[in-house]
Design a protein around this ligand. Structure first.
Ligand SMILES: Cc1ncc(COP(=O)(O)O)c(C=O)c1O
Length: 407
């Protein structure tokens, strides 16, 4: 008798069959599952016990190492004691505590902008802001490599979506020229693109967007805290803060907790609190989370020494990996992310496992999250990695790379 495939039975899961098969083939080779790693103990921002092994963490977004900062921890414990474990309500009803206001004030101070709105996650910040401001009949011009939350925000708002080639200033301008006269346009960019760790040419892009009368939103998820003199991100570094209408960010990376936000100088911005569905129709962050975020953000303002050390780490890892013969996502170190390009998924997964056995955790990234069908071992450095740890990491890459035959 012929086997009945799930496609024939009307099973709505049939669309996942290819992915299920790829995954089963990979795991049947006996490889450890790259997407099911358990951290049994977290010892510091850079160390954990993973699948039973003492491991150096090189695949977290803990860029500034704030997760174990004593002041941050203390603020969280204090808020837990004084305000309880959760708000059980939306920001527009019973879910705004003093801590949420304080967290928004910390963001206003950090960015020097007029308004700040905190969301449950960075994903929801993009989803909410983009879908609310760019609706049917409006246009969103965006980089083709934009984060999933940006694409989902565009889809939810139902605007006309006009993508352009990654980081290509001319392609962006061409798209803007084709927008019908009188239509309202939002240009969406990121400071650092998280897969390859490359920086956007915001100076030219923001100028061109403004010349075409567009509003500009920049997602600084991977640059906040690290890039720019005060850690405000690539907008600060390239001198375009004043021309950005919205900056989106997250607490899940340099800030070291969870949550998302949008800051803006737009005089009508506060109306977003009533019309933005992913803000209104969900419970607000727990008091302990906003307290840790506010404390962390205020400390990041004075983090210039940590920023300098993180740059040293990024430069050393980048040059060391190039010298070993690995292909990297960027020619020069541009951020705290150093992406190592793998020949294919199988060798990528083998290399990932070999590194884990050495005691090093990195992210295995694959399509559709990656551009151009690439398999990447994404390394994200932390300001708390010591110079010696970076040397140890390079030794691990050398041994694993030779074992798998990639170098
Ligand atoms: C560019 C970008 N924007 C937004 C997000 C979402 O952030 P969060 O983890 O707070 O949902 C991410 C997360 O990886 C991201 O890379």
């Amino acid at each position: 008798m012929n086997e009945v495939t799930s496609a024939e039975t009307g099973d709505l899961f049939s669309k996942f069959d290819d992915l299920i098969n790829t995954r089963e083939t990979l795991l049947s080779s006996g490889i450890e599952d790259p997407y099911n790693l358990v951290m049994e103990k977290v010892l510091s921002p850079t160390r954990a016990v993973c699948n039973g092994r003492d491991t150096i963490l090189l695949g977290t977004y803990n860029y500034m190492g704030m997760t174990f900062d004593p002041d941050v921890i203390e603020a969280g414990k204090d808020a837990l004691d004084k305000f309880g474990s959760g708000t059980t309500g939306s920001r527009v009803l019973n879910g705004t505590y003093q801590g949420h206001k304080d967290c928004e004030d910390a963001l206003i101070e950090f960015y020097g902008m007029d308004h700040a709105m905190v969301f449950a996650t960075g994903y929801q910040a993009n989803l909410g802001i983009i879908s609310t401001i760019a609706g049917k009949g409006d246009y969103v011009v965006l980089d083709i490599d934009s984060h999933a939350s940006i694409w989902d925000g565009c889809a939810m708002g139902n605007a006309e979506i006009v993508p352009f080639k990654h980081n290509d200033v001319e392609a962006m301008e061409k798209r803007l020229k084709r927008i019908p006269e009188g239509a309202k346009t939002l240009v969406v960019l990121e400071g650092v693109y998280s897969m390859l760790g490359d920086v956007a040419p915001l100076k030219e892009m923001v100028r061109i967007a403004k010349e075409h009368g567009a509003m500009v939103l920049v997602d600084e998820a991977h640059s906040m805290g690290f890039i720019g003199e005060n850690g405000r991100g690539v907008c600060e570094e390239q001198g375009v803060m004043d021309d950005c209408d919205f900056i989106i960010g997250t607490f899940s990376k340099s800030v070291g907790t969870v949550g998302g936000f949008c800051v803006s100088n737009h005089p009508k911005f506060e109306i977003m609190r009533l019309v933005c569905r992913p803000y209104v129709f969900t419970a607000s962050l727990p008091p302990s989370v906003v307290a840790t975020a506010a404390t962390s953000i205020r400390k990041l303002q004075h983090g210039s020494n940590k920023r300098a050390h993180l740059w040293e780490n990024s430069k050393r890892l980048h040059s060391g990996l190039l010298d070993l013969g690995f292909s990297l996502g960027t020619e020069t170190p541009q951020s705290a992310i150093v992406a190592v390009i793998m020949p294919d998924l199988t060798q990528g997964a083998m290399m990932w496992e070999a590194l884990l056995k050495e005691g090093l955790y990195v992210n295995l990234a694959r399509p559709p999250a990656t551009p151009a069908n690439m398999t990447l071992l994404r390394c994200s450095l932390c300001a708390e990695h010591s110079a010696e740890e970076v040397e140890t990491i390079l030794g691990m890459f050398e041994r694993a790379g030779k074992k798998i035959g990639i170098i």
